[in-house]
Design a protein around this ligand. Structure first.
Ligand SMILES: [Zn+2]
Length: 327
């Protein structure tokens, strides 16, 4: 099964160990208004990302998914440059973020004023998946959609419907952002629109410590994202490890994908310089292999099961094959 990367199509079997949620750059809408600061140039950002990828390669990782949607700073030329310099596989997304922090002023007005806006949004996703982004020929490989706090609003539902249609037309899988809540609702809505559960990752689920919530997602047949290792102020890693081990004990290791949700460059002064330096010093992107793997083993997860999560599951997700469980 061929999948799109920033460096052109590859065979899903060649992904190897894959982090399923990391970011080269994020820029929340409004960053341009902060004119008091000097942003990094493309060249400076490229240097930062190339360094990060060298660390990942040292840790045995060969691929990543950067699921940044179109409206929070996705930078396709940066991804293409970094991918070609490093030979690292970067799968990237087409999609839109949730109503609170995404490009909702633009899209809300469009949904109100343009009768076929939902169709046009779905067509945009399809175009980026099949023809490429803005005439570059560089194609997205996944569809990113998001919700935040309840309720699941009409703005987000419109985006979900456009995404479901783009999936049905292209076969591209879907990955979501959650605030570790409503993942089960996302899954129910997408499957009601005809998207098979095994084509969906419910992201950031490890932000919840609720095992029953996790079970709803895996029993529903979706992949579950334990993709924020290192974000200790949201959820301690000890809890993430325990909840992950609980799922493995019940036999769901074929549905877990792992990552850190690290952000390597920010546009605008999102975080203080000290915070960014601290993150870089901690080697955020290597945390899973260096720190989390021994913790998982301690909790009873085997090397083989860790490899299933890092390697087999991303391959199977992109290939679109069911994981073999009876749900
Ligand atoms: Zn993210």
């Amino acid at each position: 099964m061929r999948i799109n990367t920033a460096n052109g199509p590859i065979d899903a079997k060649d992904l190897g160990k894959t982090l399923m949620h990391e970011h080269l750059v994020i820029a929340f809408p409004g960053w341009e208004s902060d004119t008091a600061i000097t942003n990094q140039t493309l060249r400076e950002m490229t240097a930062v990302c190339v360094d990060k990828i060298a660390e990942l390669k040292d840790a045995g990782i060969s691929s990543m998914l950067d699921p940044c949607p179109n409206d929070i700073g996705r930078d396709v030329p940066l991804m293409a440059e970094v991918a070609s310099r490093t030979g690292f596989n970067i799968v990237f997304a087409t999609g839109l973020y949730h109503k609170h922090y995404g490009g909702s002023p633009y899209w809300s007005i469009k949904f109100m004023t343009t009768p076929d806006a939902e169709k046009r949004l779905g067509d945009l996703f399809i175009k980026e998946l099949t023809e490429g982004v803005q005439g570059t020929g560089i194609k997205a490989g996944v569809i990113k959609i998001a919700t935040a706090a309840p309720p699941f609003n009409d703005y987000e539902k419109t985006i979900f419907r456009a995404a479901a249609r783009a999936h049905l037309e292209t076969g591209a899988p879907i990955t979501t952002h959650t605030d570790a809540i409503m993942g089960d609702e996302q899954l129910a809505y997408l499957t009601s629109l005809g998207v098979p559960a095994h084509k969906i990752i419910i992201g950031h689920s490890c932000g919840s410590a609720d095992h029953d919530y996790h079970m709803k997602i895996v029993q529903g047949g979706a992949y579950i994202g334990f993709d924020r290792f290192g974000m200790e102020d949201i959820q301690p890693d000890t809890t993430r490890v325990q909840r992950l081990a609980d799922l493995v004990k019940k036999g769901f290791e074929k549905q877990i994908v792992v990552s850190h949700d690290s952000v390597w460059c920010w546009r605008g002064a999102m975080l203080s310089k000290e915070m960014i330096e601290k993150e870089h010093a901690q080697g955020m992107a290597m945390r899973f292999t260096r720190t989390i793997t021994p913790m998982l083993k301690e909790a009873g997860v085997t090397e083989k099961q860790i490899n299933t999560m890092l390697c087999d599951n991303p391959c199977r997700y992109f290939s679109g094959e069911p994981c073999g469980h009876n749900h």
